[in-house]
Design a protein around this ligand. Structure first.
Ligand code: C2E
Ligand code: MG
Ligand code: MG
Length: 613
């Protein structure tokens, strides 16, 4: 008995085997699916003279059949069939996909399944069609293998087993492709929101930058406002659901050419074709799409978003720079009150160049251990005797002189430099205390700690270890935390403060009155000292308002058992008023500006010998 292959094949069995091997090699190499399916179509056509083969691939997302591979059939046929949705009477391929079983149309001119497609079939000279669904090992539909003839014919059992041979090869190829695409999808998409992730962004950017035809684009950095607080209040599970909804809302406002990315945490990036005219409407729509409250797990949440946008030309600017500029614009949007978008402008470019320069000077100074700290004395308002001093970081930049903290601290905080900077000042403080004479024994050294630094895992232990290394008792160090940086939801920062307190450090709440967390903070963290911000000191005596605020702060601090230091005392009148009001300590130009350590030590020693009052 002749085998099916021998009966129909123009190819000798060894040729067929070689063909099969080639296809499997293509599959193993992960060649483009279209190429592999085209090769399978061609081999099947070579095996059965007069047959025309087509392989359609089922797309789960659209539930439609997409162009797979073709042999002799013209491209117009492929294009016409592409996107067909399987149905109960959609030619032999559509119907085979719909029924998930083989469909044999011996004569398409009379077969009712071909009703709507009869003319189409006739225009390609098709008279009979055999279609087999391609089913994966897990039973899912992968596609359809179609064979078309110019005459009317029915398959023999041998024909069918021969067809199955190619259907099986096609199944292997499509399944392998699916595994690859799924893996790729997982690697390039965020599992929570389903949006693209950083890797997707990197790949897209690399592709766009390599293509000379790419037109300028717009990079938008979107940052949810106060999300940290929502995260704490709602709990992580609901906050995650909220993020999913946010992702969906951003995706819904995105156009077909936009690439929405979850960049991390509550930050998203949108890459969109740039057109100056449409940007205004485009981003205003995005911001206002957040006006509608979110509803998660029965809870209504109002959220807003701030966005920074910049036009990016991949042929002239690297992506990192573009992204940095968009981030700067986003920071500006936050500073201007959040819930808005800000475009990065030409004048901002200068600012960015300068910020980057300062960032480099800072990084170099930290690496070379050349960050300086000036000391500003803190005095007892009743006696005028020094009780301690504050360490204030200074950055020496040979061409431009000294760079002040108001310039470099925000830059350090945006990057991880703040940790190294803070630790550098902390260590030099310990060193100073360790090497100073006995006259410093009763003095407290105040060191500023950024909230970001405080939030880092292990900061309290690292601080205790550094103090121990220099043999300095933690009680001689007072860590100042700025109130205005505080957010209500800063649980980890609060725990870090409690840990520092337990380790023996003193704590001060800096710039008191400039934030909005005062009451809850004072209640939940045992600060030793509250430092009234210098803006209140400055308005003392002016119109009674400053005085009222200072009095209120003093009463609150007293009720919590904390001492008060007034910052920015510049006149004797201010010092007198504060003393009368019951404020214990002062710091300001009246006594001394921040000084290099040798000068400050000399000042303190002189003052200890001879207090003014
Ligand atoms: P701060 O901790 O509130 O420090 C007091 C600031 O007020 C200092 O500014 C000081 O020079 C200034 N000042 C003191 N007395 C007077 C006065 O009588 N009049 C006026 N107009 N100003 C006075 P500085 O040194 O520029 O520091 C600014 C801020 O930078 C500090 O505010 C602090 O928040 C931050 N900072 C400084 N050093 C560090 C550091 O090592 N780490 C961190 N995280 N922040 C630091
Ligand atoms: Mg301070
Ligand atoms: Mg302050």
């Amino acid at each position: 008995m002749k085998s099916a292959m021998q009966a129909h094949s123009r190819l000798a069995p060894e040729q067929l085997l070689a063909a099969q091997q080639q296809v499997l090699e293509q599959v193993a190499r992960a060649a483009p699916l279209f190429d592999t399916l085209t090769a399978i179509s061609r081999y099947s056509e070579a095996s059965i003279p007069t047959m025309m083969a087509s392989i359609l691939v089922f797309d789960d997302a659209t539930q439609s059949l997409r162009k797979g591979g073709y042999g002799r059939l013209p491209a117009t046929f492929a294009a016409a069939v592409d996107g067909m949705v399987p149905g109960p009477a959609t030619g032999s391929c559509g119907t085979a996909a719909f029924r998930r079983e083989r469909v044999i149309s011996e004569d398409v001119r009379i077969d009712p399944l071909w009703g709507a497609f009869r003319e189409f079939a006739a225009s390609y000279g098709i008279q009979s069609a055999w279609s087999s669904p391609i089913i994966g090992s897990d039973g899912r539909l992968l596609g359809v293998f179609g064979m078309y003839y110019g005459d009317c014919r029915a398959p023999t059992a041998d024909d069918l087993s021969f067809v199955d041979h190619f259907v099986h090869l096609a199944a292997v190829a499509i399944e392998r492709h699916r595994v690859d695409t799924d893996r790729d999808h997982q690697a390039t998409h965020d599992s929570l929101t389903g949006l693209g992730n950083r890797r997707k962004l990197e790949r897209t950017v690399a592709r766009l930058a390599a293509d000379p035809a790419t037109k300028p684009l717009c990079i938008a950095v979107l940052d949810l406002d106060h999300f940290k607080m929502h995260n704490e209040n709602l709990g992580h599970r609901i906050a995650d659901m909220l993020l999913q909804d946010v992702g969906a809302r951003i995706a819904a406002t995105a156009g077909v050419d936009d690439l929405p990315i979850r960049f991390g945490g509550d930050q998203f990036v949108l890459l969109t074709p740039s057109s100056n005219d449409s940007m205004h409407g485009r981003f205003s729509r995005l911001i206002t799409s957040f006006e509608q409250p979110f509803e998660v797990d029965g809870i209504r949440v109002r959220l807003s978003v701030s966005a920074g946008i910049v036009e990016w030309n991949p042929h002239t600017t690297d992506f990192e720079t573009g992204l940095y500029q968009a981030e700067q614009a986003c920071i500006a949007a936050k500073e201007r009150g959040r819930d808005r978008w800000v475009a990065f402008g030409a004048e901002d470019r200068q600012v960015v160049v300068e910020r980057r320069r300062v960032g480099r000077v800072l990084a170099d100074a930290i690496a070379a251990q050349k960050v300086l700290a000036h000391l500003q004395p803190i005095v007892d308002l009743a006696t005028g005797a020094p009780v301690g001093f504050e360490m204030l970081a200074r950055l020496v930049d040979p061409p431009s002189g000294v760079i002040m903290p108001s310039v470099f601290i925000p830059i350090a905080e945006e990057s991880s430099l703040i940790d190294a900077l803070g630790m550098s000042v902390f260590r030099s403080t310990c060193q100073l205390l360790a090497s100073a004479g006995p006259q410093f024994d009763g003095l407290t050294a105040n060191v500023n700690v950024s909230i970001r630094q405080l939030m880092r895992d292990g900061f309290p232990k690292a601080a205790a270890a550094a103090a121990a290394e220099f043999g300095v008792a933690p009680s001689r160090l007072c860590l100042e935390i700025t109130e205005s940086q505080w957010l209500d939801g800063d649980g980890p920062a609060r725990s870090a403060l409690l840990e520092l307190k337990a380790l023996g450090f003193r704590l001060a709440l800096d710039d008191f009155g400039t934030g909005y967390a005062s009451l809850s903070l004072l209640q939940s963290v045992p600060f030793d000292v509250v430092k009234i911000d210098r803006s209140f000191t400055a308005s003392l005596g002016d119109n009674g308002r400053g005085t009222a605020l200072c009095e209120a702060a003093l009463r609150m601090a007293a009720a919590c058992g904390m001492r008060v230091t007034a910052e920015g005392v510049e006149t004797q009148e201010q010092a007198d008023l504060l003393r009368v009001m019951g404020c214990q300590q002062g710091q300001g130009y009246l006594w001394s500006r921040p000084l290099p350590s040798a000068d400050a030590i000399a000042w303190i020693e002189k003052r200890q010998a001879q207090p003014v009052y």
